[in-house]
Design a protein around this ligand. Sequence first.
Ligand code: F6R
Length: 244
Amino acid sequence: MIIHVFNSQQELNQAGAGIITALIQTKPDAVLGLATGGTPVGIYEELVKNYNAARVSFRHAKSFNLDEYVGLPDGHSESYRTYMNHHLFDHVDIQMEETHVPNGNADDVDEECEEYDAMMADAGQVDLQILGIGHNGHIGFNEPGRELTAGTHRVELKAETREANARYFPSIDEVPTHAITMGIASIMKAKQIILIVRGADKAEIVERALFGPITTDCPASLLQAHPNLVVLLDNEAGSGLIEQ
Ligand code: F6R
């Protein structure tokens, strides 16, 4: 595991975007695993800048997103498909048909999950998986519990996850109760994982995830077993580690 702690959001964003840019420069047909939420927004902004400066082209790249809410209407402002289009896909030259986000409106969600895993298998190994982390240690929407699931599956969101994401909705009642998420095995199969964490409110979970026991009670703790994990933290998220 390699941990970098940054003094500013800008340095963190440039470092994150730099890793993705360097990968695509050397492997133009890279398969990217992408995340949504507040954490990666600045990294996507830097990636768009790199694209506009002709430092990178996504023309041959493919992407698979970690997750999507179940039941938000197509085009809903808070769906993760809308988020990805808005923050990245609409501004770069990736082929839209090579961008994949689970369909949270599928008639048969189980079938959708199986198809998503099959598409990922067809695409080959994810070269680089971007991850954020929930305050409860979730990655993707793999919530803490007695068991974790290997492949893409439907999940009931924990109350704390719905509360954290309520900031994007008019009220908590409008936050979906369920989502589709890649499973832990899908995430762990990636060749490289970049875990990005910002803010003092995540310092404790960062410490638990990276140095606590490996347990399903903290799904991110499984990342300790990944052979190529890079962690990008701002000073605040890294404060617990620096004090050690
Ligand atoms: C998003 C995702 C989630 C978020 C996590 C942190 O696709 O899979 O695991 O990374 O909930 O969210 P933010 O970045 O909003 O704090």
